[in-house]
Design a protein around this ligand. Structure first.
Ligand code: NI
Length: 203
């Protein structure tokens, strides 16, 4: 398939898979808890972080001060949900034209073992020229995910060559230029809906 065809197929596949993932998360109570935290107040979501970018440089939240951050937690080996989410996020930002430049799209990996800076570098450019990939030690990833109220869990997967996959929340978090939480989008949000809301906030 062409790259576009493949991505479209992944978007379609993703919309089916997410149903199962959401059900699983709801069952474990994680999703409900996550949303409560997200809507309970600004102070509860976000915070400082220190990670390694896909270019191999150490970066902190201060490197992004002055820009909005649209953060997605995922991983490059994710078969469907992450690619479709990143595609929607990238298209929404592009839809904003020049105003989209106020937003830095960021992918923070929940699979630091496999997602080296080199692996992330190959991946991020497939979605957006400005997409920043961030990785770190397992402890650094655990801390940033906790701060941003993102759930992830490594689970056995016989189909994967590495023998595991990572279940994770599929949320987009928008942080303002001071690093405060402003809004989030759930998986399945359309490009148009995301672009409209982003424009209301950053425009
Ligand atoms: Ni994923």
């Amino acid at each position: 398939m062409t790259p576009t065809g493949k991505r479209l197929a992944m978007v379609i596949a993703g919309s089916f898979v997410i149903g199962a993932s959401v059900a699983l998360l709801q069952q474990s109570g994680v999703l409900t808890m996550g949303f409560r935290s997200l809507t309970a107040g600004k102070a509860l979501v976000g915070g400082p972080f220190s990670l390694t970018s896909h270019t191999g440089q150490r970066v902190t939240n201060k490197n992004f001060a002055g820009s909005y951050m649209l953060i997605y937690f995922g991983f490059t080996y994710c078969p469907d949900v992450c690619p479709s989410g990143l595609q929607v996020m990238s298209a929404a930002i592009d839809k904003l034209g020049v105003k989209g430049q106020k937003i830095v799209p960021i992918l923070i990996t929940v699979d630091p073992e496999r997602d080296t800076p080199e692996q992330l570098a190959k991946y991020v450019t497939q979605f957006h020229p400005r997409l920043v990939g961030l990785t770190g030690t397992p402890e650094e990833i655990r801390d940033v995910a906790k701060a941003y109220r993102v759930y992830y869990n490594k689970v056995k997967d016989e189909k994967s060559t590495a023998g595991y996959t990572v279940d994770h929340s599929a949320l987009f978090l928008l942080m303002d230029p001071q690093g405060n939480y402003v809004a989030h989008f759930t998986h399945g949000t359309s490009v148009d809906a995301m672009a409209k809301r982003l424009l209301e906030i950053v425009g």
